[in-house]
Structures are given as structure tokens and as C-alpha cells.
Ligand binder design. Structure first.
Ligand SMILES: [Zn+2]
Length: 165
């Protein structure tokens, strides 16, 4: 099991209920939540940190942190402020990847966003970056996107159980 989590530490897995919840314990802190989304056969594994004082069955698992990319934004607008606004439009903003030089510059804006699994993934965003510029549509790219519903673009089910089908 520890190979799945890419660690040499011992990993303990205990089923919590009859559904699909498990308590997974690691000997040391791993950076698992930062490297999410985690998948198994491309199916989303929702993870949350906890401690021994919290009943793990009370933890709400409804948000998945993911990296998203927005391309074709002029370099002057590759900023924390634009990243924060975009992140909060797509879900809940977590952070912007500052890049190797800590200056956000690159060919795209890379934003860490908490995505509600019950909400539709957005394919694009319309931005007007300056008052003297027209609004323009920018495509959203999701990194390591797990299976999602092709009818409604949500992460909490796949097409067979979709109410839009
Ligand atoms: Zn659906």
C-alpha cells in the first residue's frame, strides 16, 4: 500500500463505514494534500487531513484542490490579484504558482483552486483585463483531471448516474 502513496513509511488503512470512506494513517506527515488530486484508475480520491480528536466520519468531503492553468494572458496580468480573482471565480482560491523566479511570469497563470465536486467545471472564463481592452475568453485547463461526468461536467459522479442524462 505504501507504494501507492509514494512513501517508504508504513501506511495503515482502516475502512470507516459501509460506503467508501477509509482512515489512512501515515507514520510521518506527507505532502499528500498538496499533490492532489489523487486518483485510483482515474477515479477521484477525496482526501482530508484530520487528527485523533476529530471523528473522521464528520469531515465533509466536498472539495478537491486542483491546479488549473489559464493561457494567453499578457505577461503584465500574470499577477497574484488576477490569479486570486480567477481562483475565486472557479472555486475557492488557494494560491498562485509563482514559478521558478517567484515572479509569476511564464506562458500561463497556474492557480491552485478548491473545486466543489458538486459544481460544474468551467471550460472558460471571460475577462476584461484593462478598461481600454475588449473582454476576451480564456480557456481553463485542469491538471490531472480525474473522471468526471460528460453530461454536466461535475466531479461527484459519472454519466450513468447523471440526472441530465
Ligand atoms: Zn452529470
Amino acid at each position: 500500500m505504501k507504494n501507492i502513496w509514494r512513501t517508504q513509511e508504513d501506511v495503515t488503512t482502516v475502512p470507516l463505514d459501509a460506503t467508501v470512506r477509509f482512515l489512512i494513517s501515515f507514520k510521518s506527515d506527507l505532502d499528500l494534500l498538496r499533490s492532489s488530486p489523487w486518483t485510483f484508475d482515474k477515479a477521484l480520491l477525496l482526501l482530508a487531513a484530520t487528527n485523533s480528536r476529530v471523528d473522521p466520519l464528520t469531515i465533509t468531503l466536498d472539495t478537491q484542490n486542483s491546479w488549473v492553468r489559464v493561457r494567453c494572458i499578457p505577461p503584465i496580468f500574470l499577477t497574484l490579484i488576477i490569479g486570486e480573482k480567477l481562483g475565486n471565480y472557479l472555486g475557492s482560491f488557494v494560491m498562485v504558482d509563482r514559478g521558478l523566479n517567484e515572479d509569476y511570469l511564464g506562458s500561463f497563470l497556474r492557480i491552485r483552486v478548491g473545486l466543489k465536486i458538486s459544481e460544474t467545471l468551467k471550460r472558460c472564463v471571460t475577462l476584461r483585463l484593462a478598461t481600454d481592452e475588449p473582454a476576451k475568453q480564456y480557456e481553463i485547463e485542469y491538471e490531472q483531471l480525474p473522471f468526471f461526468c460528460l453530461y454536466c461536467a461535475r466531479l461527484d459522479h459519472v454519466g450513468l448516474s447523471c440526472e441530465l442524462k
